[in-house]
Design a protein around this ligand. Structure first.
Ligand SMILES: [Zn+2]
Length: 359
Protein backbone atom coordinates (compact mmCIF):
# COMPACT_ATOMS: atom_id res chain seq x y z
CA UNK A 1 0.00 0.00 0.00
CA UNK A 2 2.79 2.34 1.01
CA UNK A 3 4.66 1.47 -2.18
CA UNK A 4 1.59 2.16 -4.30
CA UNK A 5 1.11 5.54 -2.61
CA UNK A 6 4.74 6.39 -3.19
CA UNK A 7 4.47 5.37 -6.86
CA UNK A 8 1.33 7.48 -7.34
CA UNK A 9 3.09 10.45 -5.73
CA UNK A 10 6.13 9.96 -7.96
CA UNK A 11 3.98 9.66 -11.08
CA UNK A 12 2.00 12.77 -10.23
CA UNK A 13 5.26 14.64 -9.59
CA UNK A 14 6.61 13.48 -12.95
CA UNK A 15 3.34 14.43 -14.67
CA UNK A 16 3.47 17.86 -13.04
CA UNK A 17 7.08 18.32 -14.20
CA UNK A 18 6.09 17.41 -17.78
CA UNK A 19 3.22 19.89 -17.72
CA UNK A 20 5.51 22.60 -16.32
CA UNK A 21 8.13 21.81 -18.93
CA UNK A 22 5.59 21.94 -21.77
CA UNK A 23 4.07 25.21 -20.57
CA UNK A 24 7.33 26.97 -19.75
CA UNK A 25 8.53 26.92 -23.36
CA UNK A 26 5.34 28.61 -24.57
CA UNK A 27 4.37 32.25 -24.04
CA UNK A 28 1.45 31.23 -21.87
CA UNK A 29 3.06 31.85 -18.42
CA UNK A 30 4.11 35.36 -19.49
CA UNK A 31 0.71 36.04 -21.05
CA UNK A 32 -1.15 34.88 -17.94
CA UNK A 33 1.18 36.91 -15.72
CA UNK A 34 0.33 40.03 -17.73
CA UNK A 35 -3.42 39.33 -17.71
CA UNK A 36 -4.62 37.09 -14.88
CA UNK A 37 -1.80 38.13 -12.49
CA UNK A 38 -1.21 41.64 -13.84
CA UNK A 39 -1.35 43.22 -10.37
CA UNK A 40 0.84 40.54 -8.79
CA UNK A 41 4.29 41.36 -7.45
CA UNK A 42 6.80 38.49 -7.67
CA UNK A 43 9.57 38.31 -5.07
CA UNK A 44 12.33 35.76 -5.56
CA UNK A 45 14.94 34.86 -3.00
CA UNK A 46 18.47 33.48 -3.14
CA UNK A 47 21.08 32.81 -0.48
CA UNK A 48 24.55 32.30 -1.96
CA UNK A 49 25.93 32.44 -5.50
CA UNK A 50 28.92 30.11 -5.98
CA UNK A 51 31.63 30.14 -8.63
CA UNK A 52 32.70 26.51 -8.02
CA UNK A 53 31.06 23.27 -6.91
CA UNK A 54 30.78 22.67 -3.16
CA UNK A 55 32.13 19.35 -1.82
CA UNK A 56 28.71 18.83 -0.19
CA UNK A 57 25.99 20.35 -2.40
CA UNK A 58 23.69 22.85 -0.73
CA UNK A 59 20.39 23.97 -2.26
CA UNK A 60 21.03 27.50 -0.98
CA UNK A 61 24.13 28.03 -3.16
CA UNK A 62 23.30 28.48 -6.84
CA UNK A 63 25.96 28.28 -9.59
CA UNK A 64 26.92 31.68 -11.02
CA UNK A 65 26.08 30.78 -14.64
CA UNK A 66 22.56 29.70 -13.66
CA UNK A 67 22.14 32.89 -11.67
CA UNK A 68 23.18 34.92 -14.74
CA UNK A 69 20.67 33.18 -17.02
CA UNK A 70 17.89 33.72 -14.46
CA UNK A 71 18.80 37.40 -14.16
CA UNK A 72 18.69 37.77 -17.96
CA UNK A 73 15.24 36.17 -17.97
CA UNK A 74 13.78 38.46 -15.30
CA UNK A 75 15.33 41.54 -16.92
CA UNK A 76 13.61 40.64 -20.21
CA UNK A 77 10.16 39.85 -18.82
CA UNK A 78 9.70 41.98 -15.68
CA UNK A 79 10.05 45.46 -14.30
CA UNK A 80 12.69 44.69 -11.67
CA UNK A 81 12.54 47.12 -8.75
CA UNK A 82 13.91 47.13 -5.18
CA UNK A 83 11.47 45.61 -2.67
CA UNK A 84 10.95 49.00 -0.94
CA UNK A 85 10.03 50.68 -4.23
CA UNK A 86 7.78 47.81 -5.33
CA UNK A 87 5.64 48.27 -2.25
CA UNK A 88 5.02 51.90 -3.21
CA UNK A 89 4.42 51.03 -6.87
CA UNK A 90 2.00 48.25 -5.97
CA UNK A 91 -0.46 50.75 -4.49
CA UNK A 92 0.17 53.60 -6.96
CA UNK A 93 -2.00 54.13 -10.01
CA UNK A 94 1.00 54.30 -12.31
CA UNK A 95 1.72 50.69 -13.21
CA UNK A 96 4.69 49.61 -15.32
CA UNK A 97 3.91 47.71 -18.53
CA UNK A 98 5.72 44.55 -17.41
CA UNK A 99 4.83 42.85 -14.10
CA UNK A 100 6.79 43.80 -10.98
CA UNK A 101 9.55 41.58 -9.62
CA UNK A 102 12.02 42.05 -6.76
CA UNK A 103 15.21 40.08 -6.12
CA UNK A 104 16.22 39.30 -2.53
CA UNK A 105 19.10 37.48 -0.80
CA UNK A 106 18.91 36.05 2.73
CA UNK A 107 21.74 35.64 5.26
CA UNK A 108 24.24 38.08 3.65
CA UNK A 109 26.98 35.83 2.26
CA UNK A 110 30.22 37.39 1.03
CA UNK A 111 29.66 35.67 -2.32
CA UNK A 112 26.71 38.03 -2.93
CA UNK A 113 29.34 40.78 -3.23
CA UNK A 114 31.91 38.61 -5.02
CA UNK A 115 29.66 36.75 -7.49
CA UNK A 116 26.17 38.30 -7.65
CA UNK A 117 26.86 42.04 -7.35
CA UNK A 118 29.03 42.25 -10.52
CA UNK A 119 26.21 40.55 -12.49
CA UNK A 120 23.52 42.80 -11.02
CA UNK A 121 25.68 45.88 -11.76
CA UNK A 122 26.26 44.87 -15.33
CA UNK A 123 22.57 44.19 -15.94
CA UNK A 124 21.39 47.19 -13.89
CA UNK A 125 19.22 45.05 -11.62
CA UNK A 126 18.46 46.17 -8.04
CA UNK A 127 18.23 43.74 -5.12
CA UNK A 128 17.64 43.58 -1.37
CA UNK A 129 20.02 41.73 0.98
CA UNK A 130 18.91 40.64 4.47
CA UNK A 131 21.75 40.50 7.01
CA UNK A 132 22.34 38.28 10.04
CA UNK A 133 24.09 41.05 11.91
CA UNK A 134 26.01 39.14 14.62
CA UNK A 135 27.97 37.47 11.80
CA UNK A 136 28.96 40.48 9.67
CA UNK A 137 32.67 41.37 9.99
CA UNK A 138 33.48 38.00 11.59
CA UNK A 139 34.92 34.75 10.24
CA UNK A 140 31.93 32.85 11.64
CA UNK A 141 28.94 31.80 9.53
CA UNK A 142 25.38 30.41 9.66
CA UNK A 143 25.19 27.05 11.46
CA UNK A 144 24.19 24.98 8.42
CA UNK A 145 27.31 26.21 6.61
CA UNK A 146 29.45 25.43 9.68
CA UNK A 147 28.21 21.85 9.39
CA UNK A 148 28.71 21.71 5.64
CA UNK A 149 32.31 22.94 6.01
CA UNK A 150 33.10 20.47 8.81
CA UNK A 151 31.57 17.45 7.04
CA UNK A 152 33.48 18.39 3.86
CA UNK A 153 36.85 18.75 5.59
CA UNK A 154 36.81 16.12 8.35
CA UNK A 155 39.21 13.18 8.32
CA UNK A 156 36.91 11.15 10.64
CA UNK A 157 35.48 7.98 9.16
CA UNK A 158 32.26 8.05 11.20
CA UNK A 159 30.40 10.08 13.79
CA UNK A 160 27.94 9.12 16.51
CA UNK A 161 25.19 11.61 17.39
CA UNK A 162 22.54 10.77 20.00
CA UNK A 163 23.14 7.01 19.62
CA UNK A 164 22.94 7.26 15.83
CA UNK A 165 26.01 6.35 13.82
CA UNK A 166 26.79 8.09 10.52
CA UNK A 167 29.35 6.57 8.15
CA UNK A 168 31.62 9.17 6.53
CA UNK A 169 33.86 6.95 4.40
CA UNK A 170 32.55 8.20 1.04
CA UNK A 171 31.22 11.53 -0.32
CA UNK A 172 27.63 10.26 -0.66
CA UNK A 173 27.49 9.24 3.00
CA UNK A 174 28.90 12.59 4.09
CA UNK A 175 26.20 14.40 2.15
CA UNK A 176 23.56 12.14 3.72
CA UNK A 177 24.92 12.68 7.26
CA UNK A 178 25.18 16.45 6.84
CA UNK A 179 21.70 16.89 5.32
CA UNK A 180 20.05 14.53 7.82
CA UNK A 181 21.52 16.42 10.77
CA UNK A 182 20.65 19.81 9.25
CA UNK A 183 17.03 18.67 8.90
CA UNK A 184 16.83 17.54 12.55
CA UNK A 185 18.69 20.51 14.04
CA UNK A 186 16.63 23.07 12.13
CA UNK A 187 13.62 22.34 14.36
CA UNK A 188 15.52 23.00 17.61
CA UNK A 189 15.53 26.18 19.73
CA UNK A 190 18.58 28.36 19.01
CA UNK A 191 20.48 27.68 22.26
CA UNK A 192 20.06 23.89 21.90
CA UNK A 193 20.99 24.10 18.20
CA UNK A 194 24.19 26.05 18.97
CA UNK A 195 25.22 23.48 21.59
CA UNK A 196 24.49 20.56 19.28
CA UNK A 197 26.42 22.10 16.37
CA UNK A 198 29.42 22.73 18.65
CA UNK A 199 29.27 19.09 19.80
CA UNK A 200 29.17 17.79 16.22
CA UNK A 201 32.01 20.08 15.09
CA UNK A 202 34.15 18.86 18.01
CA UNK A 203 33.31 15.22 17.22
CA UNK A 204 34.39 15.86 13.60
CA UNK A 205 37.79 16.96 14.91
CA UNK A 206 37.52 20.76 14.75
CA UNK A 207 37.59 23.59 17.27
CA UNK A 208 34.11 25.25 17.14
CA UNK A 209 35.72 28.67 17.70
CA UNK A 210 38.35 28.41 14.95
CA UNK A 211 36.44 30.30 12.21
CA UNK A 212 36.36 29.84 8.44
CA UNK A 213 39.35 30.02 6.11
CA UNK A 214 39.69 33.24 4.06
CA UNK A 215 38.61 31.61 0.80
CA UNK A 216 35.56 29.77 2.18
CA UNK A 217 32.35 30.12 0.13
CA UNK A 218 30.44 30.30 3.42
CA UNK A 219 31.95 33.59 4.63
CA UNK A 220 29.59 36.40 5.60
CA UNK A 221 29.74 39.98 4.26
CA UNK A 222 31.90 42.65 5.84
CA UNK A 223 30.84 46.28 6.43
CA UNK A 224 33.11 47.73 3.73
CA UNK A 225 31.54 45.64 0.96
CA UNK A 226 28.04 46.23 2.31
CA UNK A 227 28.69 49.98 2.18
CA UNK A 228 30.07 49.77 -1.36
CA UNK A 229 26.96 47.90 -2.54
CA UNK A 230 24.71 50.33 -0.69
CA UNK A 231 26.46 53.36 -2.24
CA UNK A 232 25.98 51.90 -5.73
CA UNK A 233 22.26 52.67 -5.30
CA UNK A 234 21.41 49.20 -6.60
CA UNK A 235 21.45 47.21 -3.38
CA UNK A 236 19.37 47.92 -0.28
CA UNK A 237 19.71 46.13 3.04
CA UNK A 238 17.25 44.72 5.55
CA UNK A 239 17.50 42.80 8.83
CA UNK A 240 17.33 39.00 9.20
CA UNK A 241 17.71 38.94 13.03
CA UNK A 242 20.96 39.16 14.98
CA UNK A 243 21.76 35.44 15.28
CA UNK A 244 19.39 33.78 12.77
CA UNK A 245 17.12 32.51 15.55
CA UNK A 246 13.65 31.24 14.72
CA UNK A 247 11.59 33.94 16.39
CA UNK A 248 8.54 31.90 17.41
CA UNK A 249 10.77 29.75 19.64
CA UNK A 250 11.88 32.80 21.68
CA UNK A 251 10.42 34.78 24.57
CA UNK A 252 9.16 38.31 23.86
CA UNK A 253 12.33 39.87 25.31
CA UNK A 254 14.57 37.61 23.25
CA UNK A 255 12.57 38.32 20.08
CA UNK A 256 12.82 42.05 20.75
CA UNK A 257 16.59 41.73 21.19
CA UNK A 258 16.98 39.79 17.90
CA UNK A 259 14.85 42.28 15.99
CA UNK A 260 16.15 45.53 17.50
CA UNK A 261 19.86 44.57 17.45
CA UNK A 262 19.72 43.57 13.81
CA UNK A 263 17.82 46.70 12.75
CA UNK A 264 20.25 48.96 14.69
CA UNK A 265 23.27 47.26 13.13
CA UNK A 266 21.92 47.53 9.57
CA UNK A 267 21.25 51.26 10.21
CA UNK A 268 24.75 51.71 11.63
CA UNK A 269 26.45 50.10 8.62
CA UNK A 270 24.39 51.74 5.86
CA UNK A 271 23.64 55.06 7.59
CA UNK A 272 19.99 54.69 6.54
CA UNK A 273 16.84 53.65 8.45
CA UNK A 274 16.16 49.92 8.13
CA UNK A 275 12.52 49.26 7.25
CA UNK A 276 12.68 45.76 5.72
CA UNK A 277 12.89 42.45 7.58
CA UNK A 278 13.11 38.76 6.66
CA UNK A 279 12.00 36.00 9.07
CA UNK A 280 14.62 33.24 9.59
CA UNK A 281 13.30 30.03 8.03
CA UNK A 282 10.19 32.06 7.10
CA UNK A 283 7.52 29.35 7.28
CA UNK A 284 4.12 29.90 8.90
CA UNK A 285 5.13 28.56 12.33
CA UNK A 286 8.34 30.59 12.54
CA UNK A 287 6.78 33.91 13.59
CA UNK A 288 3.53 35.10 15.15
CA UNK A 289 1.42 38.07 16.22
CA UNK A 290 3.98 39.04 18.87
CA UNK A 291 6.69 39.17 16.21
CA UNK A 292 4.52 41.40 14.04
CA UNK A 293 3.86 43.82 16.93
CA UNK A 294 7.58 44.03 17.68
CA UNK A 295 8.39 44.70 14.02
CA UNK A 296 5.79 47.47 13.84
CA UNK A 297 7.15 49.00 17.07
CA UNK A 298 10.63 48.96 15.50
CA UNK A 299 9.46 50.80 12.35
CA UNK A 300 9.60 47.85 9.96
CA UNK A 301 7.43 48.49 6.91
CA UNK A 302 7.52 45.06 5.29
CA UNK A 303 8.59 41.60 6.40
CA UNK A 304 9.12 38.72 3.98
CA UNK A 305 8.48 35.00 4.46
CA UNK A 306 9.52 31.85 2.60
CA UNK A 307 5.92 31.04 1.74
CA UNK A 308 5.35 30.95 -1.99
CA UNK A 309 2.78 32.98 -3.87
CA UNK A 310 1.98 36.26 -5.60
CA UNK A 311 1.69 39.53 -3.65
CA UNK A 312 -1.08 42.05 -4.31
CA UNK A 313 -1.64 45.62 -3.14
CA UNK A 314 -3.76 44.26 -0.27
CA UNK A 315 -1.35 41.47 0.73
CA UNK A 316 -0.35 41.67 4.37
CA UNK A 317 3.03 43.46 4.39
CA UNK A 318 4.15 41.36 7.36
CA UNK A 319 3.44 38.13 5.55
CA UNK A 320 4.95 38.95 2.17
CA UNK A 321 5.45 35.93 -0.10
CA UNK A 322 8.58 34.87 -1.92
CA UNK A 323 9.63 32.09 -4.26
CA UNK A 324 12.82 30.45 -2.98
CA UNK A 325 15.15 29.68 -5.90
CA UNK A 326 17.08 26.51 -5.15
CA UNK A 327 20.36 25.56 -6.81
CA UNK A 328 18.86 22.49 -8.53
CA UNK A 329 15.73 24.28 -9.79
CA UNK A 330 15.26 23.58 -13.50
CA UNK A 331 14.84 26.41 -16.01
CA UNK A 332 11.20 25.54 -16.61
CA UNK A 333 10.43 25.44 -12.90
CA UNK A 334 12.07 28.84 -12.50
CA UNK A 335 9.86 30.25 -15.28
CA UNK A 336 6.73 28.72 -13.76
CA UNK A 337 7.60 30.08 -10.30
CA UNK A 338 8.28 33.67 -11.29
CA UNK A 339 5.03 33.82 -13.29
CA UNK A 340 2.96 32.27 -10.44
CA UNK A 341 2.14 29.17 -12.46
CA UNK A 342 3.06 26.73 -9.69
CA UNK A 343 0.62 25.22 -7.27
CA UNK A 344 0.65 27.64 -4.35
CA UNK A 345 -2.64 26.85 -2.65
CA UNK A 346 -0.94 25.12 0.28
CA UNK A 347 1.48 27.95 0.95
CA UNK A 348 -1.27 30.56 0.66
CA UNK A 349 -3.45 28.71 3.16
CA UNK A 350 -0.43 28.47 5.47
CA UNK A 351 0.11 32.22 5.08
CA UNK A 352 -3.53 32.80 5.99
CA UNK A 353 -3.07 30.77 9.16
CA UNK A 354 0.09 32.69 10.05
CA UNK A 355 -1.52 36.06 9.46
CA UNK A 356 -5.18 35.54 10.45
CA UNK A 357 -7.60 37.78 8.62
CA UNK A 358 -4.88 39.64 6.79
CA UNK A 359 -3.10 37.55 4.16
ZN1 LIG B 1 18.22 32.79 6.68
Amino acid sequence: MENTDRRIKLLSREAKERIYQGLAITRLPRFLNRTLFRKAHTVITYHGVRNADLPIPDECFIARDRFISQMLYVRRHFTVVPLSQALELAVSRKKPVLPLLSITFDDGFQNVYDNAFPVLKELGLPATVFLVTSLTDTDDTIWYCVLNHAFSETSKRSIVWRDRRFDLTNPGNRVHACLTLQGILKEMPQDVLVREVEGIITALGFDPGSGLPKNSPFRILNSRDIQEMHKSGLIEFGAHTHTHSILSLLTEDAQEHEIRSSIDRVCAITGKPCTLFSYPNGEAGDFGEMTRDLLIRNNIYCSVTMMRGPNYPDTDRFCYRRYGIESAMSDHRFVMNVHHMVWVKRSISRANRACPGRA
